[in-house]
Design a protein around this ligand. Structure first.
Ligand code: NI
Length: 237
């Protein structure tokens, strides 16, 4: 009854999914994305990658980043912290209006692996509600702060909340402020088809690194899609 992936239907993806309002229950759950509990990359040979920005939105850096993305028609995914989402709802709405995706990165940015199940539920559901309140759009994936999460947590989070856990395939450790050129070279050299790139839009040097990074990756033939668009390519091509 609560299974998100009926097994009788192999080979065909569900199409014409009903509008969220059709789902039963007091609270709208996100429509489940993909069929795995967790992704650090997606299996495809097609030259698509997902650029993900964590911990914002930030009042100056995120709008500057959005300008850079818009100039290049590059789509990204923002794993926002709900306290920032509440503080900057106009930036949240701009992110959505410009075709990007928002994911759940909790309320307090704590270590989920060390929290009780009730605590994790509270973090994710309160963040979910804050994102919906700001944008009208439900987040469909989550990323645990610090990547800290257990296998058991991934399983029940997907089963009960509909979120696959999104990790990453490339981490340039931009939060250690290694310099603009190091962030760019780490991202460019680490990128591969189906890859998920992790950076943080709260750090100004990371934004400084984005024009060069994106232009180099475009020059190598990569195209930027959101995380749920990338997951839709899993196992195809
Ligand atoms: Ni984070």
């Amino acid at each position: 009854m609560t299974s998100c992936t009926p097994s009788g239907n192999k080979g065909k993806t569900a199409e014409a999914a009903p509008i969220d309002g059709d789902t039963a229950g007091p609270q709208p759950l996100p429509t489940s994305v993909g069929n795995k509990d967790s992704y650090s990359r997606v299996a495809t040979s097609l030259p698509f990658i997902a650029l993900t920005f964590d911990d914002g939105p930030h009042p100056q850096n995120t709008p500057r980043l959005l300008d850079i993305l818009k100039q290049r028609n590059a789509k990204a995914t923002f794993y926002v912290v709900a306290t920032n989402a509440k503080r900057y709802p106009e930036i949240m709405r701009r992110i959505v209006a410009e075709g990007h995706e928002i994911g759940n990165h909790t309320v307090t940015h704590g270590n989920l692996a060390k929290m009780s199940e009730a605590g994790v539920r509270q973090e994710l559901s309160a963040a979910h509600e804050a994102i919906v309140a700001a944008t009208g759009v439900a987040p469909r994936t989550m990323r645990p702060p610090y990547g800290a999460i257990t296998t058991a947590q991934k399983a029940w989070i997907r089963r009960d909340l509909g979120y696959p856990t999104i990790m990453w395939s490339v981490d340039p450790e931009d939060w250690k402020k290694p310099g603009v050129s190091a962030v760019t070279s780490r991202l460019v050299s680490g990128a591969s088809p189906g890859g998920i790139l992790l950076v943080h839009d709260i750090h100004s040097p990371t934004i400084d690194a984005m024009p060069g990074t994106i232009d180099q990756l475009l020059g190598r033939g990569f195209q930027f899609v959101t995380v749920t668009q990338l997951i839709a390519m899993d196992g195809k091509g």
